[in-house]
Design a binder for this molecule. Sequence first.
Ligand SMILES: Cc1cc2nc3c(=O)[nH]c(=O)nc-3n(C[C@H](O)[C@H](O)[C@H](O)COP(=O)(O)OP(=O)(O)OC[C@H]3O[C@@H](n4cnc5c(N)ncnc54)[C@H](O)[C@@H]3O)c2cc1C
Length: 546
Amino acid sequence: MGATWFHGLGDDEERNPVFLEALEAGLIDANPEAEQWWSSQFLLPGATQPLSKEQQAAVTHTLAAWGEAVDELPPDAPGATVEHLRRAWEQLLASGKLGPEHEELAQRVWRWREQLQRAMDGCHSTSEQSAEGHALYDEMPGGVNCALPAGMQAVAEHMASKVADLRLQHAVQRIEWGAASSSNSAGTATASGSSSSGGTSDSGSGSARVRILCSNGDSLEADAAIVTVSLGVLQAQHQQLFSPGLPPEKVAAIDRLCIGCVNKLFLDFGPADAAAGSSSGSGSSRIESLAAGSNPAVSYSLLWSEPWDGASSSSTFAAAVPSAVEAQLPGWAKGIFSIRFGGPETKQPQLAGERHSTVQPAAGGATAGGSDSAAHAEEGEEEAQFVVPCAEPQQPQCFQGVAWVAGEAALAMEAASDEEVLCVLRQLAALFPQLQLPPGASWDRVRLHRSRWGSDPLFRGSYSYIPAGGSPADVAALAAPIYPTAGTHSAGAADKGAAAPAPESAPVLLFAGEACHVKYIGTMHGAAITGQAAAAQLLSAWQRTS
Ligand SMILES: Cc1cc2nc3c(=O)[nH]c(=O)nc-3n(C[C@H](O)[C@H](O)[C@H](O)COP(=O)(O)OP(=O)(O)OC[C@H]3O[C@@H](n4cnc5c(N)ncnc54)[C@H](O)[C@@H]3O)c2cc1C
């Protein structure tokens, strides 16, 4: 439902720690192949024919102009990203590369690309994103963007298997800190999946500096806590979560930084065998190979009749008149910018006996029109054993298509029911007649699995970004550890996730997670690197002060 790709594997100086975990777990090859990026077919609403050669050339020019504009942003670029994009757009129009007859198409492509940028950067819109923050983001060295087929859950499970005292179902309600002096018993707790290496809960020693109260009534004590809840959770809950409250500079950083929303809508047309009942043999094998990820993915990019956010200053663009169907759709539907069949997120039920845990078909998953188990049973596959990377019953077992939606539209989509979302997807398929389902698949027998990162109280967003008006200093202030007496200590090294020189005492509260890293903000490796840096900082402080 979330992360799929390693954005760079690292080099001798810095390795991608999440990739290393996947490697250790035997989930990926030491030299994985880079993702073969699928080409995208750009679709105009109502069009029954593919774009002409000239139109395709206009698409290529438009995308190249966008690419240059974002790649060339200097690290001290002022203002919001959109301002730089607007200049690039106007230069593109002035360049004469398009021809006036293609300006409207180019405008649609520009808007599509902006939606993709939202999904890449996790921002609500490039008009809200700091250009400097965008320019400072970088992929890890080591080149390849490669996916872990079927998702990262198995990596998380591998990492969890190494934690000596991992407590699930312990939602942290309150972190009391700033109490008595350190006992130096080297106990830590993380506020997401609490752990304590120094003792068990309710130790009641009285010498601990942090007391953590959980919603199940449990409590634990420790010398320090590394807080790794998302920026969204901190924004919503820091006042209730911390006692005493966090220092003002930390609160200001929490308030200033932003977390965006990116959601995936997974389309499950049922397993290949079931599809065979309603299709030809070749159709069935097509679904099968899409699900296995062995086929090149087919990706569609939807060119809605909407101006892009930054278009207001462009005098040349007259917004296209939307068709009646398009006009009837809820606004968020036009936030769906891409639908892909095949690719790394695809999953299919496999026979038992492989390395993953085996579960029965899920009961009561988040599906449209009833539970997965009931639906699958109706299709006569009740004897199948599903093998998925996670034993959680709500995990989907099979899907072949994924649609992406980002920004405010992603939040609005979350508020709609499964039936409404499916209805929109069907309308969308009618509006873009060139959008072909894999043979054997049918909108009549589709189930929906979707993420709802924005409204999930444990996440409240997908990944973070620096807003226009914010700066990397906000990330440093968020990441800065808190000392028992001196308050926040300026870390100043959030771009490296590295520990700053600390004062005499050891920190009592440390902060880590994707929002704490300027260069790798919004990524798994950014989250992991900041977590490791916080742990290293704590250990070295304890060594120094013991
Ligand atoms: C759709 C999507 C696609 C993505 N694709 C990629 C990708 O391809 N590559 C990539 O590198 N990154 C990707 N990311 C980003 C990546 O998943 C995140 O950056 C990363 O997971 C952040 O990790 P984190 O530990 O900082 O925070 P989180 O993953 O948010 O973890 C915080 C944890 O805190 C827990 N928690 C919250 N409140 C409490 C509480 N009160 N008590 C106890 N626990 C609590 C939560 O349950 C959660 O487990 C994607 C994210 C999304 C949503």
